[in-house]
Design a protein around this ligand. Structure first.
Ligand SMILES: Cc1cc2nc3c(=O)[nH]c(=O)nc-3n(C[C@H](O)[C@H](O)[C@H](O)COP(=O)(O)O)c2cc1C
Length: 231
């Protein structure tokens, strides 16, 4: 039986999720983070193997990690990632979509083409989780296969959607990937685990310009083919 209120609540949680890039310093209690992760862990996984592992940081441990990452960023050396998230060479339609979101964000921030230092500084804000009071670092056992990465994506999406239900915002972050060695050492992540991504978690600064970014999506009619309805 269709339940309009349930539909509205679920759709609101999904569609109100946006990547937030400026957070208030307001703390998030451990119990809330734990609850969020318990809810997110209801994600399905093939044979229920639950491949996710999370390091949730706040306060001094978060600051220590951010300081180390910022120091590495300042050195100007960007070491290699452990795995390839993006294609080595972008192609259409992905190239244009990527460019658009980048320029839309920089446009809001008043960063023009060629302002490389400002772009680099904005990118560097990733490494302090955009000022969020909670930083999440996600790892996976390196012997797990592509299927488990699929499961992992569902878990990550659950974290972000469940956060909305709690009035919290997030930004999933691949920007940590080149810093995996520092993260692995500082968080004492065992060698069999590898970094998947990071995520900022907290309360959005409501009037921050960068939080005004609303990204586009191609409609279902463009990426799906429907068969059988007209028969
Ligand atoms: C796995 C993953 C990694 C991402 N990494 C970053 C990142 O490092 N920094 C960032 O600002 N946004 C990052 N994003 C956010 C995307 O840019 C964003 O999801 C996309 O532009 C769509 O916008 P929306 O999340 O506001 O709907 C990432 C998203 C995903 C799913």
């Amino acid at each position: 039986m269709a339940d309009a209120a349930a539909q509205a609540a679920v759709e609101a949680a999904i569609t109100s999720r946006r990547s937030i890039r400026a957070f208030l310093p307001k703390p998030v209690p451990q119990a809330d983070v734990e609850h969020l992760l318990d809810v997110a862990a209801r994600a399905p996984s093939g044979s229920n193997i639950q491949p996710w592992k999370v390091h949730a940081l706040t306060g001094a441990p978060l600051k220590r990690l951010c300081d180390a990452l910022m120091a590495e960023h300042a050195s100007g050396i960007t070491p290699d990632s452990e795995y390839q998230y993006y294609p080595r060479k972008f192609f259409e339609p992905f190239h244009s979509r990527r460019r658009k979101v980048g320029w839309d964000l920089y446009g809001l921030l008043g960063i023009g083409k060629g302002e490389n230092e400002r772009m680099r500084a904005q990118h560097g804000r990733n490494l302090i989780f955009f000022g969020a009071p909670v930083g999440l670092i996600f790892t996976i056992h390196r012997e797990l296969e592509q299927g488990s990465w699929l499961d992992y994506g569902m878990f990550l999406q659950n974290v972000m959607v469940a956060a909305r239900g709690m009035g919290l915002d997030t930004c999933p972050q691949a920007a940590f990937m080149p810093y995996h060695r520092t993260i692995q050492t500082m968080l004492e992540i065992p060698p069999e685990e590898m970094l998947v991504c990071g995520m900022a978690l907290g309360y959005a600064v409501p009037d921050a310009v960068e939080n005004g970014l609303v990204t586009e999506r191609a409609p279902a009619r463009e990426f799906a083919r429907f068969a059988g309805w007209g028969d």
